[in-house]
Design a protein around this ligand. Structure first.
Ligand SMILES: Nc1ncnc2c1ncn2[C@@H]1O[C@@H]2COP(=O)(O)O[C@H]2[C@H]1O
Length: 307
């Protein structure tokens, strides 16, 4: 169903306002990023100082992420003092390797990822790829899997055995099979928030930072390009410049409704603008007593863009 020209003009005006707002926010973000860079430099200097004061024996004892090699090793020499996120330009260089697993292991890993508060919101495809790329490793009772304060390089799922999580020497909890750990440092690009020690001989599934971040970023970039393509396919948006489509794609989120769900109720305050990518929506507009059917590419909820 076509919208009238007046509504389209309103929508375009509202979009321009939103774009201007986004531009201003970008400028502010640039300023804040500069400030952050300065602070990062300071943190780096302080971290280098701190590293210098750590004794060699402490390094050997901490041997973070020993499980990624299957044996103890000293803390890696950091090129940068803080963990770094993957550069998007490296994405194509990273080859993801799949590792064979039994059906039980595949299910255990999937359940563990979907049960973890920080990972349960990942897309199903991402969970499957992470699961595919996890490799097996094992450690003996008493080994330190993760040392608090170290750079993190691996996310784990425990398959067999028990580990203990401690922070500044105090026990936080024990973890058993079917649980994820070591995700925080990788997801939030921070140092390890706690120490994890094997209470028994343990079997683990592991994925390294680079593989993990590649899966996260590739999916993000693919999604962005799909959203931009979708917006470009909507007749009302076809005349918008590429950078505007790209910005709209940044803020686009996919939502699903089942047959019969209400999306917007008349009279409710609207804060979302919708574009239909699949299916049909019935619009009962009481003002003219007409029932309209909206389909792919049609949009509604444009009042939300006017703030
Ligand atoms: N309070 C907690 N309860 C359970 N697990 C924790 C807790 N704090 C930290 N961890 C886990 O211990 C891990 C240490 O390394 P990360 O910080 O990468 O990720 C951390 C979590 O997976």
């Amino acid at each position: 169903m076509r919208k009238d020209a007046g509504t389209l003009r309103d929508l375009q005006l509202a979009l321009q306002l939103k774009i201007e707002e986004l531009r201003q926010r970008d400028a502010l973000i640039d300023e804040l990023e500069l400030e952050l860079d300065t602070k990062d430099d300071l943190i780096r200097q302080l971290q280098v100082e701190l590293d210098r004061h750590r004794s060699a024996s402490q390094h050997a004892a901490s041997s973070a992420d020993a499980a990624s090699t299957g044996e103890s090793r000293t803390k890696r020499q950091a090129i940068s003092a803080e963990p770094t996120a993957l550069d998007p330009s490296q994405l194509t260089d990273v080859t993801l390797t799949s590792y064979c697993k039994t059906k039980e292991s595949r299910e255990l890993i999937q359940r563990a990822l979907m049960d973890n508060d920080f990972m349960k919101h990942l897309e199903h495809g991402q969970i499957l790829t992470i699961m595919d790329c996890m490799y097996p490793t094992s450690l003996a009772k008493g080994c330190c899997v993760i040392q608090e304060g170290d750079d993190g390089s691996t996310v784990y799922v425990l398959e067999e055995g028990q580990v203990e999580v401690t922070k500044q020497g105090k026990k936080l909890c024990s973890i058993g099979p079917g649980k994820v750990f070591g995700e925080l440092a990788i997801l939030y690009n921070c140092t390890r928030t706690a120490t994890v020690t094997a209470l028994t001989d343990i079997k683990l599934w592991a994925i390294d930072r680079q593989g993990f971040q590649t899966i996260m970023m590739r999916t993000g970039l693919i999604k962005h390009s799909q959203y931009t393509d979708f917006l470009r396919s909507v007749p009302s948006f076809q005349s918008l410049p590429e950078d505007v489509l790209s910005k709209l794609a940044d803020v686009l989120e996919e939502t699903h409704y089942t047959d019969g769900d209400y999306i917007i109720r008349q009279g409710a305050t609207g804060d979302t603008f919708f574009i239909i990518s699949e299916g049909q929506v019935r619009n009962d507009d009481n003002s003219d007593k007409q029932v309209k059917t909206l389909t792919k590419g049609d949009w509604f909820g444009e009042q939300a863009l006017k703030g």
